[in-house]
Design a protein. Structure first.
Length: 143
């Protein structure tokens, strides 16, 4: 004859938790935002763009859903960079091989593509998960 402990364990079902799939909510519409970057500070502009791309400005914000808007930035070449960052800031990238550390100064990145500085700043302000690449695709930068 089974004991009371065996009866209790046999009658219990394992706990299940339902998790919502990362889809958009019904009736969800993405908006397009046009931003002029002339004389705007790099970090402050990148922060506001990251908020729009992530969708944190919406009252229905949910962290695991991709609910951000499209952002088009014009005149990225006229961004204001405060302090000595233009001369002193260095971007690092490693190839994964021994001795594969690459260094690029901000002034070289600006000379090649001014919008890339803004894209890198926004990229690092977005969450480091699978949604980040989907969010950054909605950012268009026009020099």
């Amino acid at each position: 004859m089974p004991t009371t402990a065996e009866k209790k364990s046999a009658s219990k079902k394992p706990a299940t938790t339902e998790v919502q799939k990362p889809k958009s909510k019904p009736g969800f519409q993405r908006q397009a935002h046009q931003i002029d970057a002339t004389n705007q500070v790099l970090g402050r502009l990148a922060s506001s763009i990251a908020i729009l791309l992530r969708g944190k400005h919406r009252p229905t914000f949910t962290p695991h859903l991709d609910q951000g808007d499209f952002v088009v930035v014009r005149n990225a070449k006229n961004l204001k960079i405060t302090g000595n960052k233009r001369e002193q800031k260095i971007y690092y990238h490693h190839s994964g091989y021994p001795g594969g550390l690459k260094r690029t100064q901000m002034k070289d990145v600006i000379a090649k593509n001014p919008g890339d500085v803004l894209r890198r700043a926004v990229w690092n302000m977005l969450p480091k998960n699978k949604l980040r690449s989907r969010m950054i695709k909605r950012l268009t930068i026009i020099n």
